[in-house]
Design a protein around this ligand. Structure first.
Ligand code: RB5
Length: 154
C-alpha cells in the first residue's frame, strides 16, 4: 500500500470494553500494510482506560506524523484522557463524517471509538476514513488548531 515510502505508524490501545474490537481492527490494519504497535490492553481483565489512553497519547506525541486509535466502551473516556497529553488532538468519531472532519479541520492525531456503541464494520469504515483524510492545510485551520495548544493566536 505504501510502496517504498515509510509505513504509516499507528499506536493502538483499549481498555477491557474495547479489547476485542482493538484486536480485530489491529489485524485489519496490519493486513493493509500499516505499522501497528499495540500498547494493550492485552487481556479482558478490567483496566482503567486513562492509563492506556495516556500511553497512546505520549507515543503519538513523541512520534511526529504517527496516529493513534483507542477503543473503550464509548470512546469518550479515552478521548478525554488522551487530550490531556500535550500535542494530542483526540477525536471520538461515531461515523465516517466525524472522522473526516476531525482530520480535515481539526488535524486530529488520535481517533477514539466505542466498542459497546459502534458495530465493528462501522469501525473499519471510520478508521479507514480517518487514516485516509488529510488536514486541510489552510491558514484558518492552522490558526485555529494552533489556538488549541495556546500558541500563535493571531
Ligand atoms: C468501562 O466500563 C467504561 O466506562 C469505559 O470503557 C469507557 O466507556 C469510558 O469512557
Amino acid at each position: 500500500m505504501f510502496g517504498k515510502e515509510k509505513k504509516q505508524i499507528i499506536y493502538m490501545g483499549s481498555d477491557h470494553a474495547g479489547f476485542e474490537a482493538k484486536n480485530k481492527l489491529k489485524k485489519v490494519l496490519e493486513s493493509r500494510g500499516y505499522d501497528v504497535t499495540d500498547l494493550g490492553s492485552f487481556t479482558e481483565k478490567p483496566t482503567d482506560y486513562p492509563d492506556i489512553a495516556r500511553e497512546v497519547g505520549e507515543k503519538v506525541s513523541e512520534h511526529k506524523d504517527s496516529f493513534g486509535i483507542i477503543i473503550c466502551g464509548t470512546g469518550i473516556g479515552v478521548a478525554m484522557a488522551a487530550n490531556k497529553v500535550r500535542g494530542i488532538r483526540a477525536a471520538q468519531a461515531n461515523n465516517e463524517h466525524y472522522a473526516e472532519m476531525a482530520r480535515r479541520h481539526n488535524n486530529a492525531n488520535i481517533l477514539t471509538m466505542g466498542g459497546r456503541t459502534t458495530e465493528f464494520e462501522d469501525m473499519k469504515k471510520i478508521a479507514t476514513k480517518f487514516l485516509n483524510t488529510d488536514f486541510e492545510d489552510k491558514k484558518r485551520h492552522v490558526r485555529r488548531v494552533n489556538k488549541i495548544e495556546g500558541g500563535n493566536t493571531r
